[in-house]
Write a protein that binds this ligand. Structure first.
Ligand code: FE
Length: 192
């Protein structure tokens, strides 16, 4: 496993990017294509580079779960937290927090926006129940107060849209170059 985080990300996509998840988690596109579509939607929306990076990387925790415990048939793999654990040392909060909150954002949106639920893929509806279902009023207020809640909601909407078969996207190399720039900028800010 490469020690450099950007090389490691490349490696994870090479190993696991072709999967579209099994059973109830099956989506209509591969994990790689989903990540690229999500990053492209963020870029098209003129999101900051940090949020484009978050869009590309929001599901790497699924790869970590497979590496650490193998395919999990039908349980919540808490991929948002596994992703954060492997990225937090190299990326700023503007990348990390939307990733950490992208599942919470689904629970939030299903609670505050009735029509949001109807747009979810069957796999997302299935995992919603395992992830705690729609938020209650206390959880909603707590979520809205978080510094990166709005970015997490934007990421969540791109996540839900990034499941269309046959969409052309820029390459993984293109987005890894952007991720590298975000990493280098964060390092410079931290004086490392
Ligand atoms: Fe996703």
């Amino acid at each position: 496993m490469p020690s450099d985080i950007v090389e490691r990300i490349d490696h994870w996509f090479a190993l696991h990017g072709a999967t579209s998840y099994e059973g109830n988690r099956r989506e209509s596109v591969s994990a790689l294509n989903h990540a690229l579509q999500c990053a492209q939607l963020a870029e098209d929306a003129r999101a900051d580079a940090t949020l484009v990076a978050a869009a590309l990387l929001h599901d790497v925790g699924h790869f970590v779960a497979i590496a650490e415990v193998g395919e999990m048939a039908d349980v919540d793999d808490v991929h948002e937290l596994r992703g954060v654990a492997v990225l937090v040392h190299d990326f700023p909060p503007a990348v990390i927090e939307p990733i950490r909150l992208h599942v919470a954002a689904k629970r939030y949106l299903t609670a505050v926006e009735p029509k949001y639920f109807r747009g979810l893929s069957p796999a997302s509806v299935h995992s919603l129940a395992q992830q705690g279902g729609p938020m209650d009023a206390v959880e909603i207020a707590r979520f809205e107060a978080l510094p990166f809640a709005e970015d997490a909601v934007r990421l969540r909407r791109w996540d839900d849209l990034a499941k269309l078969p046959g969409i052309e996207t820029p390459s993984l190399a293109y987005y890894l170059a952007l991720v590298d720039e975000v990493r280098v900028a964060a390092r410079a800010m931290a004086g490392r």
